[in-house]
Ligand binder design. Sequence first.
Ligand code: GUN
Length: 291
Amino acid sequence: MILLDGKTTSSDIKDEITLEVLQLKKEGKKTPHLAAVIVGNNGASRTYVGAKVKACNRVGFLSTLIELTDDTTEASLLSKIDELNNNIEIDGFIVQLPLPKHIDEQKVLMAVDPKKDVDGFHPTNVGKMALNLPTFISATPYGILELLERYKVETSGKHVVVIGRSHIVGSPMSILLSQKRTVGNATVTITHSRTRNLKEITLQADIVIAALGIPEFLTEDMVKANVTVIDVGITRVEDTTKKSGYRLLGDVAFDEVSKKAAYITPVPGGVGPMTIAMLLKNTLLASKNNN
Ligand code: GUN
């Protein structure tokens, strides 16, 4: 079994980006600048956004963190987005999801200028991605493509089973892997909560991408020998033996599935760090487009 190490790989990518930023600075070009907006007090979201800002510092980007309270109105969030769209100092920005229930997520994502949408969530960018045109590919599926590429996991002609149809992961992942691209050309089955006989389907998979958000859902009896398993899940479960009071579990029962797998991502340290590295890559691209 080979561990698809997202921590080391993302660190390599950050080193590559650092060199590019140094070069940009040497050429007198603008330093890439990412802004992140977070609304409310969701602990996991705050951790993720904190990690994104920290990663900006590591590669030499500028970063701006905008923290808004839980009771922020939709109108005032939209006005903040308008401000960021028009601020020439900011190359790209993200609005961390989920948003409080009183805010219409779709409306917010539609308000982001597609040229600054480094999350790749705006319909314009999702459309370009679906047509295999150059655009910002959202960070989690982009990170999975990169991880498969760097570990030379063959996807062409393989059967990929994606579990989960979210707009952030399952849906774009299934589109990208079926496309004619370096990591692609796969036969893709997308499955979800209404899928019947899921186990029959996952047992046929050369590659399983688990992105449904149920801890340890994928078990050893659901995969064939030498499968490649990508675990997108990251759920906090209470654990009183930990200082934090919780531990992180993926969607894959790692201990048993890893015995059968050829390649597998750990949680934490698999897909999560890759997502951050790819957000940086998208920000670098946004900045180059601006230069
Ligand atoms: N929430 C979970 N994943 C993401 C992501 O990739 N971007 C944003 N903005 N919010 C998220």
